[in-house]
Design a protein around this ligand. Sequence first.
Ligand SMILES: [Cu+2]
Length: 97
Amino acid sequence: MRQLVSALLIALASTLAVAQTAKDMADAEVRKIDKDNGKLTLRHGPIKNLDMPGMTMVFRVKDPALLDSLAVGDKIRFHAEQERGAITVTEVEKVAR
Ligand SMILES: [Cu+2]
């Protein structure tokens, strides 16, 4: 019984960890798309996991394919991480209008 409870707690903890990761999405508006160089300029809101306030800046994108579905002016939610010294967008989702 005790083992079962431990297993359930571990399962619950990992579910919460996933939910927490999924929450670290910041709001932004696309200002510029540079497919050739894999870069994206965003006017973004606060980025919690990077402890960054809102601003307009250029991001590297982890996968240039992330840029394919984007257009200037799109409202998005995105996740960015510090990766080898560059702040890199790793996930993008469009916000429904
Ligand atoms: Cu910034």
